[in-house]
Design a protein around this ligand. Structure first.
Ligand SMILES: [Zn+2]
Length: 242
C-alpha cells in the first residue's frame, strides 16, 4: 500500500513538474537587429543597443540559450530560452557580433535564423556564404521560413516548393539539417499543418498563446513565440522571459 502511495506521489509530482517546466520556456521572436531608418515596420526592429542589453540580462540571470536541435533538453537545463530571427536579414550579423562579445565558458549563446530561401543574397538579406559561416559558428541554427514568404493558407500554395524545396536549398547552403519551419505572417490552417508535417519536425507561430489554446493537438506544429518589439523596455523584456 505504501509503495502504491509513493508511486502515486511520484507520478503526480513528476507530471506536474513536467507540465510547469514545459510552460516556462520562452521562444523570442526578432526580425531586424538595427537602428530604424524608415524602412519597413519600426516594430520589427530592435536596436543593437537594446538587443545587447536583453542578451546581457539573459546572461546575468542564468538563462540557457538553445536551438531546436536541443528541444528535448529544454526541461533539463537551467532557465531554457530560444532566440529566433525571422526573414534572414543581413543585420542579424549585428546579433552575431553581440553574441560573440558576450560569449564566455559559462554563457554559450545559441539562436535560430529562419531564412527565406529565394531571398538569400538579396541586398538586405544574408548571403549563402554568410548563412554557412553563421551555421559553422556553433551559435546559429539556420532553418526555413519558406521559399518566397507567401500566405500559406491560400489554396494556390505550392507546398512542395515552399516546404521541401526551401528546406533542401538551405541544407545545401549550410550542410546542416533543416527540420524547423516558421510560418510567414504566422498564418496557418489545418492543410498547412498537415503539409508541414511531411518535411518538418516543428512549426513555429508568432502567437504567444497558441500552445495553451490548442492543448496537445498538433503541439509541435503550433509552437508559440513572443514578439520583442522596438519599444520593448528591459523591464517588459524581464517580465516576458521570467
Ligand atoms: Zn517573415
Amino acid at each position: 500500500m505504501k509503495k502504491v502511495f509513493l508511486l502515486l506521489l511520484f507520478l503526480i509530482f513528476g507530471v506536474s513538474s513536467h507540465g510547469a517546466a514545459e510552460q516556462k520556456v520562452s521562444i523570442l521572436l526578432y526580425h531586424s537587429i538595427d537602428e530604424f531608418t524608415g524602412h519597413g515596420l519600426k516594430g520589427l526592429y530592435v536596436t543593437p543597443e537594446n538587443f545587447e542589453k536583453q542578451m546581457t540580462y539573459l546572461k546575468e540571470h542564468g538563462f540557457t540559450l538553445l536551438t531546436f536541435e536541443q528541444w528535448q533538453e529544454r526541461e533539463k537545463v537551467n532557465k531554457p530560452i530560444f532566440i529566433t530571427f525571422d526573414d534572414g536579414y543581413k543585420n542579424n550579423l549585428k546579433a552575431y557580433a553581440i553574441f560573440q562579445k558576450l560569449k564566455t565558458p559559462n554563457f554559450q549563446p545559441k539562436a535560430t535564423i529562419f531564412a527565406i530561401s529565394d531571398f538569400v543574397g538579396r541586398p538586405n538579406r544574408l548571403t549563402a556564404a554568410e548563412l554557412k559561416a553563421l551555421a559553422d559558428s556553433g551559435i546559429f541554427s539556420i532553418q526555413s521560413h519558406t521559399a518566397t514568404h507567401p500566405d500559406l493558407t491560400k489554396p494556390t500554395t505550392n507546398y512542395e516548393y515552399q516546404f521541401k524545396a526551401s528546406k533542401e536549398k538551405i541544407e545545401r547552403m549550410t550542410g546542416k539539417t533543416v527540420f524547423v519551419l516558421s510560418y510567414p505572417f504566422g498564418k496557418f490552417n489545418e492543410r498547412v499543418l498537415e503539409e508541414a508535417k511531411k518535411y518538418y519536425q516543428y512549426g513555429l507561430t508568432d502567437n504567444p498563446l497558441i500552445h495553451t489554446e490548442n492543448g496537445k493537438t498538433n503541439k509541435n506544429y503550433l509552437i508559440p513565440r513572443q514578439y520583442i518589439f522596438y519599444s520593448t523596455t528591459l523591464e517588459e523584456f524581464a517580465r516576458i522571459v521570467e
